[in-house]
Design a protein around this ligand. Structure first.
Ligand SMILES: C[S@@+](CC[C@H](N)C(=O)[O-])C[C@H]1O[C@@H](n2cnc3c(N)ncnc32)[C@H](O)[C@@H]1O
Length: 408
């Protein structure tokens, strides 16, 4: 039986699940990164779900399309916080790259352009792409700033005897991080808090200053490789990565976007890319460039925001393969939504961000099964961190980062 416009429900539950609607309401009040544009997106979504400001003659069609959208969300079997995040990214991609009648990011502090943008996407063939993205893609942010911790660890831990350390970036996305390190570009300053400083701002300033000087100092890398399942340099994939990599308000930061565009377009000496599953890439016996049959060893392997996308078995296999391909003094740096129980890593489940974003190090020279907690980040944007109590090997001595940054 065809539904009449008046059958559009007051209560939106028939279209989306109650936990998902509760998640929208949560993000409307407390948006990730404090971005009030995200709050407006979810307000717009809730308005549409309630039929607010939806012309009566469109309500039936909107309802049917919301049901289709909900099926796509359910098909991808994701937890509410991840589903909400992914929905924002899929719509953001439409707002950024398909004309929805307003210039994006919307600069007004009003819900109106969000609501009308959402309706435009729902009522046009653009919805097909949204459905496709929801079902087939995982969120794939590529945040260059995350690599500042790797740079700090390189400049503080890698022995001067290693002339040009070889790096491996697992799940490198567009491979921007290694390129930035190779080119010596400066990262955004990081604010560091020493847990034992008891609010001593002078001490925190000293630590932050030293940290930022180290992560800014030049560092020459040897032949290094980024590996990713997808070639995210390809335009169709690149749109998805850009839509995932920024909160709406961050898209107003033109300098940051320009840097990403430039890094993506550059060929950088010593930095190569391999499209592969990391296990396959580490198992094969050839060099990345394909022509040198050698089994290259790496000084540092970096896995930033990638292992949470793997199963426990895949993670264990990856760590074992990395161990085999590290030099005897090599280290693996993992950055992810994790927590440590007796120095064993526990990951947030797929699609969940319930643990805090941390940087940890595994040392081949000591006990690779154990992880050293180095930084506990406020967010995965990596601009503010508390120091962990784990130890780094600096010039043959194990030191906590506090001891290293604040000697005496
Ligand atoms: C969230 S992105 C992180 C990108 C980048 N490392 C960063 O921190 O900005 C995770 C990336 O890992 C890739 N990935 C996931 N599983 C992988 C695997 N088994 N092998 C290689 N890459 C993988 C995904 O394709 C995606 O591009």
């Amino acid at each position: 039986m065809e539904r009449t416009p008046t059958s559009y429900p007051e209560n939106p539950a028939p279209y989306f699940s109650a936990p998902l609607i509760a998640e929208f309401a949560k993000q409307m009040v407390d948006p990730p990164g404090g971005d009030d544009r995200i709050a407006l997106f979810f307000q717009g979504m809730l308005d549409v779900l309630h039929g607010r400001e939806v012309p009566p003659e469109l309500q039936h069609e909107v309802g049917v399309h919301l049901q289709i959208l909900n099926t796509a969300i359910l098909d991808s079997e994701i937890v509410p916080s991840y589903a909400a995040n992914k929905l924002l990214r899929t719509f953001q991609k439409q707002f950024m790259y398909r004309n929805t009648g307003h210039e994006y990011p919307f600069t007004t502090r009003s819900v109106e352009p969000w609501r009308s943008g959402i309706l435009t996407v729902l009522l046009t063939p653009r919805l097909n792409e949204v459905i496709q993205d929801l079902i087939t893609r995982q969120t794939q942010s590529n945040v260059v700033q995350r690599y500042n911790a790797l740079k700090f660890i390189l400049t503080s831990c890698v022995s001067p005897d290693v002339a040009h350390p070889q790096l491996l970036d697992i799940g490198c996305s567009q491979n921007l991080g290694l390129k930035k390190i190779a080119l010596g570009g400066a990262f955004e300053d990081v604010r560091i808090v020493e847990p034992r400083s008891n609010g001593n701002t002078r001490q925190n300033r000293r630590i932050s200053y030293k940290y930022n000087s180290l992560s800014r100092s030049p560092f020459r890398i040897g032949r290094s490789m980024g590996v990713d399942l997808y070639d995210l340099r390809d335009e169709a994939n690149a749109e998805w990565v850009y839509a995932c990599s920024s909160y709406p308000s961050e898209l107003l930061n033109e300098a940051r976007l320009e840097e990403a565009r430039q890094l993506k377009s550059m060929d950088v000496m010593n930095v190569s890319f391999t499209q592969s599953d990391i296990s396959a890439a580490l198992r094969i016996n050839t060099d990345v460039d394909g022509d040198i049959p050698e089994r290259r060893l790496y000084d540092v392997a970096f896995a930033s925001t990638v292992m949470y996308q793997m199963t426990k078995t895949e993670r264990e296999k990856t760590c074992q393969l990395v161990y085999d391909r590290l030099t005897p003094e090599g280290i693996m740096v993992i950055q992810d939504f994790v927590k440590l129980d007796s120095r064993q890593l526990r990951f947030s489940g797929p699609g969940s961000d319930k643990f805090t974003y941390r940087t940890v190090v595994k040392n081949k020279q000591t006990d690779f099964d154990k992880s050293e907690e180095i930084f506990i980040w406020e967010t995965a944007r990596c601009t503010k961190a508390q120091l962990g109590l784990g130890q780094l090997m600096v010039a043959g001595r194990l030191l906590t980062v506090s001891d290293f940054l604040l000697p005496g």
